[in-house]
Design a binder for this molecule. Structure first.
Ligand SMILES: NC(=O)c1ccc[n+]([C@@H]2O[C@H](COP(=O)([O-])OP(=O)(O)OC[C@H]3O[C@@H](n4cnc5c(N)ncnc54)[C@H](OP(=O)(O)O)[C@@H]3O)[C@@H](O)[C@H]2O)c1
Length: 296
């Protein structure tokens, strides 16, 4: 493949940071983030991308605060729908491919088996609805565009607005305890940002387009995931199932494991099992650095 220029929007975020690392090797990469590029501002998106003239625009910017989105509908749609459409429109005008990320929360969680790309969507909350609207706008903007739906991201760089990722929360909860409790109600496919970044590269190199699910293989509850984090970290704390409580009026889908059906069908799946990826992350330099920063 010839040398390409890739623009990464949201380059300081959880996924954006790993995309910067993975794509720099071999390609020219330019990172954009707030305040220089706000995806909700079409003028800024135009100015920055028309100056950079990339061949590929990867947009990781998102309004990710699921609970807050319920009372901030306009803000969620501004970033997740209008912002996504702004980036896709400007990219299409430049003849650049637009890569975007979707969420498991587009599904209602009524199934007990992983959702494939062909399954019907029915978001239960504002975050899910805004993300679904965004992925539709990106796919409609140009046939070469790529949307990758993913779930439960974790990695070396925590999301700034959330403060800590799930791995850090579990380490902190377990400090000085013999047991902790977490909900076993929701099942998903927790995904390491570095593997997702590498999978993105594989799809770009293959010239793939359209909708893909891209998550670690397999599925687990957040309780099981937390237990694995502690076991692999050499911590003896037991994670007990917490009785499912009321989530303060927020509807969350119960089962949102995804199947990488199209990746498999095209022979392009590079995502390992969730536990293998978690082990690799926790034993990596990045995992060690995160632990040091979190609990010393
Ligand atoms: N995190 C998950 O568990 C999860 C699950 C499913 C899908 N996804 C999707 O995966 C993608 C990447 O998520 P992530 O966890 O890497 O997100 P993230 O850590 O929040 O990173 C997003 C980046 O975009 C920036 N940003 C926010 N609003 C922006 C705006 N209006 N204009 C430009 N940049 C803006 C953020 O800056 P600030 O930090 O300064 O706000 C941050 O640097 C998103 O599409 C997300 O919806 C994530």
């Amino acid at each position: 493949m010839t040398m390409q220029h890739i623009a990464i929007i949201g380059s300081r975020g959880a996924l954006g940071s790993d995309l910067m690392k993975v794509l720099r090797d071999g390609w020219q990469v330019t990172g954009f983030d707030l305040p220089d590029l706000d995806v909700t501002r079409l003028d800024q998106v135009r100015l920055q991308l028309e100056t950079a003239r990339p061949d590929v625009v990867i947009n990781t910017a998102a309004y990710n605060l699921v609970r807050e989105a319920e009372s901030n509908r306009d803000a969620a749609f501004a970033v997740n729908e209008t912002g996504a459409a702004n980036v896709a429109t400007v990219a299409a005008n430049l003849g650049a491919v637009c890569v975007h990320y979707g969420t498991d929360y587009v599904f209602d969680g009524e199934r007990n088996h992983p959702y494939a790309e062909t399954h019907a969507t029915r978001p239960l909350n504002v975050y899910g609805a805004s993300k679904l609207a965004g992925e539709k706008r990106v796919l409609a903007a140009a046939p070469r565009n790529l949307v990758m739906r993913t779930t439960g991201l974790y990695g070396e760089t925590p999301t700034l607005t959330k403060g800590m990722n799930f791995v850090q929360i579990v380490w902190q909860m377990a400090r000085g305890k013999q047991e902790i409790s977490l909900s076993a109600r929701e099942t998903c496919s927790p995904t390491w940002t570095l593997e997702l970044a590498r999978q993105t590269r594989v799809l770009l190199e293959a010239g793939a387009s359209g909708l893909f699910h891209a998550v670690q293989e397999g599925a687990c509850s957040w309780r099981e995931f937390a237990q694995a984090i502690l076991d692999i970290s050499g911590n003896n704390v037991v994670v007990k199932p917490k009785p499912a409580g009321d989530d303060a009026g927020l509807a969350r889908p119960r089962y949102t494991a995804l199947a990488n059906a199209r990746l498999h069908a095209l022979g392009l799946n590079r995502m390992s099992h969730w536990r293998t990826a978690l082990e690799k992350f926790l034993n990596s330099e990045g995992g060690r650095r995160l632990r040091e920063r979190t609990i010393g």
